[in-house]
Design a protein around this ligand. Structure first.
Ligand SMILES: [Zn+2]
Length: 127
């Protein structure tokens, strides 16, 4: 299956064990000519009201950097926190995008973990 084929179907990532889509795009709101695809909420599927507002970077030694973005226009602010925490179970680093949805009121995290030459994707939520 080609990358273009996945995008045409509106599916960006599939769990091949369950055939459940992990991330989907709303094609009617996307701009494929600009390589911009309107992400749907990973919980309820709505394409509007989805917010990715933060990123967490963790390394295998337990250092953790969290950046949370809030506000709009001139009122936009970044809150940055660096701390030490329990290390994750990978050998390298992990990046997570955190967000929320106005429709289902869910909070979620999309993670990318590096471990032994592999990149693992995970999705957690508390919807
Ligand atoms: Zn939602």
């Amino acid at each position: 299956m080609t990358r273009q084929g996945l995008i045409d179907e509106g599916t960006m990532t599939i769990n091949s064990t369950s055939d459940r889509a992990l991330l989907t795009a709303d094609n009617s709101s996307s701009n494929p000519e600009r390589n911009e695809h309107a992400l749907r909420c990973p919980e309820c599927g709505e394409a509007t009201g989805l917010h990715i507002d933060g990123v967490v970077v963790e390394n295998a030694a337990g250092q953790r950097l969290q950046v949370d973005a809030e506000g709009e226009d001139d009122g936009a602010r970044l809150n940055i926190r660096l701390e030490n925490d329990e290390p994750h179970d990978g050998r390298r680093h992990m990046f997570s995008l955190t967000g929320s949805c106005e429709h289902c009121r869910g909070n979620f995290s999309l993670g990318f973990k590096q471990h032994k030459g592999m990149t693992y994707f995970s999705k957690t939520s508390n919807a």
